[in-house]
Design a binder for this molecule. Sequence first.
Ligand code: PGA
Length: 248
Amino acid sequence: MANRKYIVGNWKMNGLRAQLSDIADIAELAESHKDVDVAICPPVTLIAQATDKAPGFMIGAQDCHFANNGAHTGCLSAEMIGEAGAKLTILGHSERRTDQHETDAEVKAKAQAAHAAGLGAIICVGETEQERDAGKAIDVVCGQLEGSFPDNADAAWLTIAYEPVWAIGTGRVPEVSDVEEMHAAIRTKLTELMGKGAGAVRILYGGSMNGANAAQLLAVSNVDGGLVGGASLTAEKFGPIIKAAAEA
Ligand code: PGA
């Protein structure tokens, strides 16, 4: 049986109070497509206000610390994010792996902390263009997955996002056959890591997904949804992706 589609908007460092109305509009769209799980991960500053503005709509964060509390200036624990209203958090996004030098071990610890706080976790993996050109994409991605994989993983709270680094924010999207090959490899790796529960773990595709290419990407075998950056900022752009997921 196919997994329920999951469409997640990653707002990155975009969004002030004025954009809360976009979240309300997106929540309304999600309401009319109840067979798809939809979430928006705005900046942390908007999480509490977004949950007030769109009650019942799934709001997430973009990171959390692996510790519960302590001397970590500027950081936020999973419990804090959950108390603000987040139901999930993105972890190990390539921008954080690059800019904040996050390692697989840290991503794994963060995922475990997120789960302990009752949050869903979306672990991101993906190769650089150089790695793909060198024929190492599958090895790199499966290596990241293994290194970042939390203990006691379960499809009820764990999601994987395959995001080729070179496709993020560039308007470039891999060939459908490459997406299919990678998602199958991730499914195989998940089976190796967790056994038969692996089939229910949703594997999202991310990287320049938009209203024009979503239907094609979401039809690919083992693509259970999308992690969407730029095209998630307004209901106008995000709506066609949610609709494509409902029809996939
Ligand atoms: P993009 O970002 O859709 O703007 O390429 C996706 C992501 O980084 O999650």
